[in-house]
Design a protein around this ligand. Structure first.
Ligand SMILES: NC(=O)c1ccc[n+]([C@@H]2O[C@H](COP(=O)([O-])OP(=O)(O)OC[C@H]3O[C@@H](n4cnc5c(N)ncnc54)[C@H](OP(=O)(O)O)[C@@H]3O)[C@@H](O)[C@H]2O)c1
Length: 355
């Protein structure tokens, strides 16, 4: 079945007033979409933890947010309710499981609640490399380490109040994902010529959203909403490590104003994070609206394969409460047929506007 992507002007979310003790974590908040997301959550009143790998860059970003808030206060004196933004830096390098663990342990040791967890950080590269943990770097950065964070923080999220959200910043690129059930990380491939391996990591995020929502439902946990989203084609630093041709196309996209800016690029994330209408919901969003994601992403048999593989990758790192076993009937013949069909699909070409 075909799908329609939301096109045209970017829809804006409605700002809300967040209690001063509402806690949000935004990964990759030092630049781009994460920067605008963190800043606006703080403007709305939340305590925001910027979970980033480069302290100097992030602290500069925090200073810039504070300066921008001073300007905001002078222009929007009615809606600027607070004297200062509550911003906190925490170190997190998603390309290292050790660093990810340390981040989780440090956060848990603080004893804070957690109301909004935004898994935003991501990379797009053409050259495949392997991390210190022997995983493909995009797979680990975009997907695996975020998975680990979520699993460790679930008990805190579960007990932090009636309206808690997990947001996975995925991409339209997930429609063009290369999926090989025998090589989930694409470790046998050397290059991501058309960004379809990047799309694979983004596909896994959408699958995780569905699987996690299903598991929460099975456990009757109703206070946590789970969302995956496409932020739009946004002019950010993400194209910096792409091969020259894609960089040039990206520049053209930017100069033709096809790409939007980071301010608008954060709208859908912020909508999923704060819209009162989305309490306890789950789904895939684009342009502040629900959208049909790819068939592969919705395929339960494929979701199970990826979920189980993820557990194998993280077996020495996951908390005891994590569940690898799938107790629904995921091996029905219908799903198996679907699995065979979708696993055989090959990647289509992806342009930078499909990052
Ligand atoms: N831009 C688009 O058109 C577009 C489209 C679809 C989806 N997305 C998604 O949107 C999200 C944000 O991307 P963006 O466009 O805002 O890109 P960006 O400007 O490059 O920002 C990416 C952020 O991720 C951080 N990051 C990268 N590797 C990390 C690591 N190992 N550990 C911790 N943080 C790390 C970066 O930190 P440093 O500052 O230290 O590099 C930066 O803060 C990504 O998940 C991306 O896939 C973007």
């Amino acid at each position: 079945m075909g799908h329609k992507h939301s096109v045209g002007p970017r829809h804006k979310y409605d700002m809300v007033e967040l209690p001063r003790d509402r806690v949000a974590i935004v990964t990759g908040a030092s630049a781009g979409i994460g920067y605008e997301t963190a800043k606006n959550l703080a403007i709305m009143g939340a305590k925001v933890i910027l979970a980033c790998r480069n302290e100097e860059k992030t602290r500069k970003a925090m200073s810039r947010m504070r300066e921008e808030y001073e300007h905001y206060k002078s222009v929007f004196s009615d809606s600027a309710k607070h004297e200062e933004l509550q911003l906190y830096y925490m170190h997190l390098d998603l390309a290292s499981l050790q660093s990810t663990h340390t981040f989780v342990q440090q956060f848990l040791a603080m004893g804070w609640p957690l109301h909004i967890l935004i898994c935003n950080a991501g990379i797009a590269v053409n050259n495949i490399s392997i991390t210190e943990d022997h995983h493909e770097t995009m797979f680990q950065t975009n997907y695996l380490s975020h998975f680990l964070i979520i699993e460790h923080l679930l008990p805190v999220l579960e007990t932090s109040g009636p309206d808690v959200r997990i947001i996975l910043v995925s991409s339209i690129g997930h429609y063009n994902a290369h999926f090989n059930r025998d090589d989930i990380e694409n470790l046998t491939l050397k290059k991501d010529i058309n960004l379809s391996l990047y799309g694979t990591t983004k596909l896994y995020q959408v699958m995780q959203m569905y699987k996690l929502a299903e598991k929460l439902k099975q456990k009757n946990i109703t206070n946590i909403g789970v969302f995956a989203l496409h932020p739009g084609y946004v002019q950010t630093e993400i194209a910096r490590d792409l091969r020259p041709l894609l960089k040039v196309l990206n520049k053209i996209g930017s100069s033709l104003k096809i790409a939007t800016d980071s301010v608008k690029g954060a709208y859908t994330t912020l909508y999923c994070a704060v819209s009162p209408d989305l309490k306890g919901q789950c789904g895939y969003y684009n342009n502040c609206r629900p959208e049909r994601c790819s068939g592969k992403a919705r395929n339960k048999a494929l979701q199970d394969i990826v979920w189980d593989y993820t557990f194998k990758c993280l077996q020495d790192h996951l908390p005891k409460h994590s569940e690898s076993v799938n107790n629904n009937n995921s091996s029905s013949s219908e799903q198996t047929t679907q699995l065979m069909a979708t696993a055989a699909l090959t990647a289509a070409d992806v342009q930078p506007n499909q990052l």
